[in-house]
Write a protein that binds this ligand. Structure first.
Ligand SMILES: [Zn+2]
Ligand SMILES: [Zn+2]
Length: 268
């Protein structure tokens, strides 16, 4: 049976047509920035324009241990109750209403993986600027019910993007023992209570005597990464460093307010 010219094109026909479409579609429907909707002039696959990437506020200087932006060299909290992790660092600040908050909301709650892919790319770029190497990279886990609801763990995707050659990604090293509940309206003390003992190391984690990089999307009070770090150390990890995509400055009582740091220049 002879085929009509418009039906079931042969592979060779695709070979000609697809590159042409690849050239034409961006001209007809130019890709737009996921944050500001401006036309993108970046390589294919990027979701954010340069202006929006630049508007992600760097963390700047802060506590050398927990990375709290704007805090002294050793913040009051690290001085009085040192965290179980060695250091915590983040790529940029998180503030409600800011670009980072908007993008994370689109990724986590609307499943916008184009935005997620760009955020992973930003995370990978920041990681590549650092010299530290680890044996294993571990994401902060979601509870199974939340994972089923969302369909993905953003921390695991970030951890995968940050993993370097020679580092092992262990997605299931930790398990969230129970749903911690929405923490956004809780104070720091309540959050600490909320996540206490919420994380347990999985059996045979493979992290004994390993330097671990723990990855999460946002660090707020630090309660989650403290609890995860304690669980990893209890499972035999040699040390735990924390990297997050974004972080908020720790809440401070008015009397403990510190002057703003110099204009931030780096991610740490
Ligand atoms: Zn933009
Ligand atoms: Zn600190």
């Amino acid at each position: 049976m002879s085929s009509l010219p418009w039906s079931h094109p042969t592979p060779s026909a695709y070979a000609v047509r697809v590159p042409i479409l690849d050239l034409l579609l961006p001209l007809l429907y130019p890709p737009r920035c996921a944050a500001c909707a401006r036309e993108l002039r970046r390589p294919a696959g990027a979701a954010l324009c340069r202006a929006c990437v630049a508007s992600l506020e760097p963390v700047g200087t802060g506590c050398s241990r927990c990375g709290d932006p704007g805090a002294p060299e050793t913040c009051r909290r690290c001085a009085t109750a040192p965290p179980p992790f060695r250091i915590a660092r983040a790529c940029f600040r998180y503030a409600e209403g800011g670009t980072a908050a908007d993008l994370l909301r689109r990724w986590k709650y609307r499943g916008d993986h184009v935005v997620g892919s760009s955020l992973c790319s930003v995370f990978r770029t920041h990681r590549q600027r650092t010299v530290e190497c680890y044996d294993v990279v571990v994401p902060v886990p979601l509870h199974a019910s939340r994972l089923a609801e969302r369909g993905f763990n953003q921390a695991a995707l970030l951890a995968r993007s940050a993993c370097r050659d020679g580092e092992r990604l262990i997605v299931n090293a930790l398990r969230r023992a129970r749903v911690a509940g929405s923490q956004t309206r809780l104070g720091r003390r309540a959050r600490l209570d909320s996540v206490a003992e919420a994380f347990v190391p999985a059996a045979a984690t493979g992290i004994r005597n390993c330097r671990v990089l723990l990855v999460d999307d946002v660090l707020t009070t630090g309660a989650t990464v403290r609890a995860c770090s304690s669980a990893l150390l209890a499972a035999g990890a040699l040390s735990v460093d924390v990297w997050t995509l974004a972080r908020t400055p720790a809440p401070r009582p008015p009397s403990a307010a510190v002057p703003s740091a110099a204009p931030p220049r780096g991610s740490t």
